[in-house]
Design a protein around this ligand. Structure first.
Ligand SMILES: Nc1ncnc2c1ncn2[C@@H]1O[C@H](COP(=O)(O)OP(=O)(O)OP(=O)(O)O)[C@@H](O)[C@H]1O
Ligand SMILES: [Mg+2]
Length: 232
């Protein structure tokens, strides 16, 4: 711009960069030389800003809608305490939506889902509590940085759900203690040691099993649930 003897070159260049124009100024030269050029560019800059803000607002609103939906579906068990028909993958996705803020910066979530799974009869709110506690432990174990792999598959008449995190792992001598109530290795205020005790009780209530394998960098909790299909 200085080579085209445009006054206030530095100021105009700043505005242009703000709008997203950094090369090929040739078509803009008449505008830049115009005495009203700066005012016109300022207006264009404000429009560009407005467009970015609008995009951010739309994204935020979409996320808020998803979280509200997740919260609404989080608690919907039959008030009589009976099992209800529920889709396991939908339950897990609800929890992932609620954990989005803790996952978005450093955790890659890898989903290996068998979408052909039938809905099963279960205490679905309680299963959501199971997914919550296992996902929470996984995130804590890797300090919110790493990968969380979720497998949901059917094997014979069972559904197997596993959560594998890339965190620090559980030493072999600690594994036998982790399902005991109040056992925790976390500092006070961070963990009460009840998470896995609750998980175990809920899995037992479904006549299922929970298995754990761990080496540093790879800890896998697998919940095995018998499939109880909804009778027509
Ligand atoms: N994915 C994991 N990776 C490494 N260690 C784990 C993992 N999951 C559980 N643990 C170990 O098992 C212990 C017990 O877990 P549990 O969820 O019962 O309690 P907590 O996470 O310490 O507290 P909270 O009551 O908040 O869940 C943890 O303190 C931790 O040492
Ligand atoms: Mg826990």
């Amino acid at each position: 711009m200085t080579s085209h003897s445009i006054e206030k070159a530095a100021k105009l260049a700043n505005i242009l960069v703000g709008i997203g124009v950094s090369d090929d100024l040739e078509p803009l030269l008449p505008l830049l030389k115009d005495p009203e050029g700066e005012k016109i560019l300022q207006t264009a800059y404000q429009f560009a800003n407005l467009q970015t803000s609008t995009r951010n607002i739309v994204t935020a609103a979409e996320r808020a809608a998803k979280v509200v939906f997740a919260l609404k579906t989080y608690a919907h068990d039959d008030s009589s305490g009976n099992k209800i028909e529920a889709n396991i993958i939908e339950g897990i996705e609800t929890i992932l939506t609620l954990y989005y803020n803790q996952l978005k910066y450093g955790v890659e979530v890898i989903r290996n889902y068998d979408y052909s799974l039938p809905a099963i009869l279960c205490y679905s709110d309680q299963l959501n509590q199971v997914w919550t506690n296992l996902i929470h432990n996984g995130i804590q174990a890797m300090d919110s940085k790493g990968s969380l792999t979720i497998d949901v598959r059917k094997e014979d008449d069972q559904i197997k759900v596993s959560f594998t995190d890339s965190g620090k792992g559980i030493p072999p001598e600690v594994i036998p203690k982790i399902f005991q109530p109040f056992f925790t290795t976390k500092p006070p205020g961070e963990g009460s040691g009840l998470g896995l005790d609750i998980v175990k009780k809920i899995v037992d209530k479904h006549q299922g099993q929970i298995e754990v394998e761990s080496v540093p960098g790879k800890t896998k909790f697998t919940v095995v649930l018998p499939i109880e299909i909804v009778s027509e």
